[in-house]
Design a protein around this ligand. Structure first.
Ligand code: SF4
Ligand code: SF4
Ligand code: SF4
Length: 225
């Protein structure tokens, strides 16, 4: 939908009524505690070799145009002294914050947390492109999609993969199994067990956002041969 049409619908008033009904329907659909999940992702920087397979898979599967990205692998280094220098690779993507600033500032409800999964999502039909969420995100991972003209970011492949019972594209494309996806409420999930047994950390925890992107920090990184 182009901007003029989006604003027309907004101005017509019918959209607001529709939005309320839609939200009520969605909340009732997901009100069952039995089906509740809390999805999270873990990036083991010690396994990451910076190959960017994850970034490319995300772009293809989610049809993310060139020039913007839902996921970046940032390389730092070299660290240390020759000949024992290393590089570190850090993932930057939506953290699916429990207390999400993007959701808190969105004036239309386009940015919201799915109560069934904990995934922070964007309803492109409600987004008016005001940029409030982009300014509010402390992790700087949101962008305006050049085609939809709505805010966009990682959604854990909710539409393209999870809805078909498949793992996120970045997870399955990683050749070193550096990414682990799962449910923090499921005691059998890999993520549940890793965050309790490994020295994980999260970015900018002091802000109170309670991110659900966990990281095992690089101890050695990639050795330069
Ligand atoms: S990382 Fe940014 S876009 Fe993602 S949930 Fe948190 S505030 Fe929102
Ligand atoms: S979970 Fe999906 S949308 Fe998110 S970065 Fe990975 S491939 Fe992209
Ligand atoms: S695909 Fe795996 S190893 Fe390659 S950059 Fe992504 S997380 Fe790192």
């Amino acid at each position: 939908m182009d901007k003029s049409k989006r604003f027309f619908l907004k101005g017509a008033g019918a959209l607001l009524a529709g939005m309320s009904a839609y939200q009520a329907t969605r909340a009732s659909e997901h009100s069952s505690p039995a089906s509740q999940r809390k999805y999270a992702l873990l990036h083991d920087e010690n396994r990451c070799i910076g190959c960017d397979a994850c970034t490319q898979a995300c772009r293809e599967v989610n049809q993310v145009p060139e020039g913007v990205s839902r996921l970046d692998i940032v390389r730092t280094g070299p660290h240390g002294e020759y000949p024992n220098q290393t590089y570190h690779f850090e993932r930057q993507s939506c953290q699916h914050c429990e207390n999400a600033p993007c959701v808190n500032v969105c004036p239309t409800g386009a940015a919201y947390k799915d109560p069934q999964t904990g995934i922070i999502k964007v309803d492109e039909w409600k987004c008016v492109g005001c940029l409030y969420c982009i300014a509010a995100c402390p992790y700087k991972v949101r962008f305006i999609h050049p085609v939809t003209r709505a805010a966009d970011k990682c959604d854990f492949c909710e539409q393209t993969r999870l809805s078909k019972g498949e793992l996120p594209a970045c997870v399955t494309s990683c050749p070193t199994q550096a990414l682990v996806f799962g449910d923090l409420l499921d005691t059998q999930s890999g993520v549940y067990q890793l965050v309790r047994t490994q020295p994980v950390s999260r970015d900018k925890e002091s802000l109170g956002t309670s991110p659900k992107l966990f990281k095992i920090r690089a101890a050695k990184g990639e050795v330069i041969l």
